[in-house]
Ligand binder design. Sequence first.
Ligand code: SF4
Length: 702
Amino acid sequence: VGDSKDFDSETESVCPFCGVGCKVSLKVKDGKVKYVEGINGPANEGRLCVKGRFGFDYIHHPHRLTKPLIRRADAPAKGLNVDPGNLSTHFREATWDEALDVAANGLTGLRDAHGGRAVAGFGSAKCTNEEAYLFQKFIRQGFKHNNVDHCTRLCHASSVSALIENVGSGAVTATFNEIENADVAIIIGANPIENHPVAATYFKQFTKRGGKLIVMDPRGVGMRRFADEMLQFRPGADVSMLNAIMHVIVEEELYDSAYIEKFTENWEAEKAHLADFSPEAMSGICGIDPEQIRRVARIYAGAEAGLIFWGMGVSQHIHGTDNSRCLISLALMTGNVGKPGAGLHPLRGQNNVQGASDAGLIPMFLPDYQSVMDDGIRKAFTDVWDSDDFSNEKGLTVTEIVDEVYAGNIKGMYIQGENPAMSDPDVEHARDAFAKLEMMVVQDIFLTETANYADVILPASALYEKNGTVSNTNRQVQRVRPAVPPPGEAREDWAVTVELAQRCGLPWVYSDVSEVFAEMKLNMKSLNNITWDRLKTETITYPSLHETDPGQAIVFGDGFPRPDGRARFTPASVIAPDEAPDTEYPMIMTTGRQLEHWHTGSMTRRSKVLDAVEPEANCSLHPKTLRALGVEPGGMIRLTTRRGSIEIMARADRAIAEDMVFVPFAYVEAAANVLTNPAIDPYGKIPEFKFSAVRVEAVEEM
Ligand code: SF4
């Protein structure tokens, strides 16, 4: 680390990993980013975690794609079989003109022969807002339907569906920094110390000043060490536990009658529904002592202001929407929305999953969550786009698209910056599906597992090489800027989509990404008063009420964007996980992330420091479970579910229940998603990544 004079340039941008959205300064020497420093953004105030601080060198990795590639006519059959250090066995280099022509002709050829629905798209939560906007526009305008989605389907789709249903908006009602004004906070189904590490520092500070922290999770996640109450409930039993807490609040009349009267609807139905969920009745299901349930109900309901944070432990279930409905009801009945220190906050995963969803990269909504089924809304967009109308039917989601690919009904795909051949549930099914595509166009920075199946590969840019905006979990819109240019012939993603769209016959003209932002503002009220000029120097939290308003950290203090301004209670019943453990598969597997690795590992496993700290595929079990298997920590075990089997190194972790195994999904050599269950929540269409019945065996040493 040196003085600024030791670097050729310094550029402000935003960390490319999690939804916290830490602001960074990138120090460049000799054309390479050498050092990353946290700077004073509203979400991080100079702090960074290990990923933000050390996980930048992947952008200079020799595996970066630097030239467009076309699958060779004599390439081996599609499969996970390309050496990223030697692509020439499967692909040949091409000019941009040739690659874009082959991609455009392939996609439009399928459209013309079979109809627009023969082509679908996956955009990316790693790209900018402008890139997400252009991607959904490309599919809707070019192929006349809404079969476009991204990884929000795999993380918080069920949270968003419950929030839109019950409070009228899919974003957080309060920033996580509001915890400094809270008396109590609940963190459920989230592991912020590993997955939102800088947010976790604010949560720890909150407990140091005496705030009451309640942690609820089937795993003994790290925040338990700071908690006043730790509820390590049985996997999949969220609704029974949360309904029992609300039962106590009703029984002991701890609810906020004035708030309920003024701001909500359907309270009587919720109240009647909760009568059957006494802590004594639910304890056998959720595994939590009735007295602790009563204590927690009194702490939360008795506080002046309380925040609820949740993660994918809540959302990734077939009852993920019901789990979120319970959390929303809990906040509403205690008046804990719309005031300082109170609110609902699903901790968003990827750096721009909030912004990509806001920008319409989802099959049921246009930008700003405006329904594709509304004729007037579609017309407002097609007027701006100078386009014919497109389908008024909700599109297919990620897993539904993969199923249609497998069935042969979708024959072409455009995939930008996502890696479904690693991230989809029952991933061998997804890989088999991708092998069937007649034209698969993949735009990425590395030869991901998904790109192994591509017909055309378009080399793209990392976040530190591009211009645009991103929106973090707090609804904060921030500028990203290029510290270095993309390597070789690689280009910024938005520019690639524009070129592809033009070759598909769309009348797109953009000379700068700021023009895309200006177009987004025409139909996105959430961007009112947020201008490109302001974003040069400011981070702005939407909604911004006037042109000098830095934005609203808390929303819905004076009512909700729903009929009559009222939020809704939607009662939730207990639904069992899709597959119960049995004699063949007696344990429960859950999956997630680790501190050092990001999602499918394509970036962090190419980062020297992060890969050195966590180089090997691993999973965690309770030491007693390992002893019963006769396996030492560090030994190999075999995990088998109804979908498949992997062998992986086992670690001992006392915080894991004895009948559970936790498997990170970053490692291709022991891919967790070979095992996961593709059953989905009926509302959010999110798969049940957090619960699979599994058999665990020792691997015999040869
Ligand atoms: Fe990046 Fe998230 Fe870490 Fe901040 S907390 S440095 S945004 S990974």
